[in-house]
Design a protein around this ligand. Structure first.
Ligand SMILES: [Zn+2]
Length: 189
């Protein structure tokens, strides 16, 4: 839906409708939505969401959907932003994570995904993190205090997620948030 270009399921955002107690419907977002019923898929791009909302979403769900692309984008962005946090916490709980610059650099050489605080500073301009940014193996998320709070540290500039499936899910969620709620993930420089 949207531009009608094909896309791998893992690259698309899934939208589903769910009834609300007052008789309306809400649009659920994401592959994790877990509800039954019709699903529609859009690329994580503002243009595609705009086009999907212009009537096609209502058509696909066979009922009127009163939501603007901006509202839907914000909802999608917020949801995926929470998901990023959940994925990082899962990685920590399951010990699929390396903390700090040295351990993250080592993990990178084994294919990990680096999560860098937006205020990580010049650290991420240097190798191997610079190369990881260029090849899409480094994402920005939160700030040092937030990353630190996940691990009972005061501050943490980088961590690396070593589970390939968690890393892939993080990359997808991050692409979605970057498209629809960039303030959550933009590096502060
Ligand atoms: Zn599209």
């Amino acid at each position: 839906m949207g531009c009608s270009e094909p896309g791998a399921p893992s690259d698309l955002v899934t939208l589903r409708l769910a009834p609300t107690p007052d008789g309306g419907v809400v649009v659920l977002v994401g592959t994790q939505a877990g509800s039954t019923g019709r699903g529609a898929h859009v690329h994580p791009r503002v243009e595609c969401l705009d086009r999907a909302v212009e009537g096609r979403l209502s058509k696909a769900f066979r009922r009127e959907v009163r939501v603007s692309a901006a509202e839907l984008g914000e909802a999608i962005g917020q949801r995926e932003a929470r998901r990023i946090e959940g994925l990082i916490l899962t990685a920590i709980r399951t010990r699929k994570v390396a903390f700090g610059a040295d351990a993250s650099a080592e993990a990178l050489s084994h294919g990990a995904l680096v999560v860098a605080a937006k205020d990580a500073g010049r650290l991420v301009d240097h190798q191997p993190f610079r190369g990881a940014r260029e090849s899409g193996r480094l994402i920005f998320w939160g700030d040092r205090a937030q990353l630190g709070s996940f691990t009972r540290r005061e501050s943490l500039a980088v961590l690396a997620v070593t589970s390939p499936s968690l890393a892939q899910a993080l990359r997808h969620a991050h692409a979605v948030v970057s498209a629809f709620a960039p303030a959550y993930v933009a590096a502060s420089r």
